[in-house]
Design a protein around this ligand. Structure first.
Ligand SMILES: [Zn+2]
Length: 197
């Protein structure tokens, strides 16, 4: 992962944000703050990387936005420490800017989540058993675990209703149908005689 060119740098920022989102397993932006902070800390470590961050970042003065112009960086004891601080805030701000550009469907696509067609909420298909997930993927119609539970409860209620009323009725129709045929044997025989002669 290099930062030699501006586009390399933008790609690094985008990749880092995607990694953080994926790692969090959450669509809630509040869950990303700590991870973004850690990512900025670990990236803005080496002097050469810090220089590249400050070269490409559109937020190279983010440190001063945070601490104000009154801060003199006087507590730093080396040039390297100065660059590390400036680069950390620049990179963190670039990460946050990248996050701000993400719509819900972008986040869901990073997480590989799907949108429930019943309640319109995004959810993790990994929480659903393989068989059902396969069927949903085939038809590209997704329902989240909660909605699926509700649908299954409705199905069970329907089945109970059928057991109470439907089956005896169907049985009755079947018998009455047979009864009709056996009630009129003469008519059928008579017709056969007509067609045979
Ligand atoms: Zn749902």
């Amino acid at each position: 992962m290099g930062m030699d060119t501006y586009s390399d740098y933008c790609q690094d920022v985008a990749d880092t944000v995607d990694y953080v989102i994926h790692d969090s397993g959450s669509m809630d932006r509040d869950d990303w703050h700590g991870r973004l902070h850690e990512a900025a800390e670990s990236t803005a470590t080496y002097y050469s990387t810090c220089l590249q961050i400050l070269k490409h970042s559109r937020n190279d003065d983010a440190f001063f936005d945070v601490y104000g112009s009154g801060h003199s960086l006087g507590e730093c004891t080396s040039v390297g420490e100065v660059y590390t601080r400036l680069a950390f805030y620049a990179y963190l701000q670039d990460l946050n800017d990248q996050v701000r550009g993400y719509q819900d469907h972008d986040i869901a696509s990073v997480l590989e989540w799907e949108k429930c067609t019943v309640c319109d909420e995004y959810f993790n298909p990994g929480d659903i058993c393989d068989e059902k997930r396969g069927l949903m993927a085939l038809s590209d119609t997704w329902s989240c675990g909660d909605c699926m539970d509700e649908l299954e409860e409705e199905d069970e209620e329907d089945e109970e209703d059928e057991e109470d009323e439907g089956y005896p009725l169907r049985g009755g129709k079947l018998y009455s149908c047979k009864g009709k045929l056996s009630d009129d044997p003469d008519l059928q025989v008579g017709e056969e005689h007509v067609s045979n002669s």
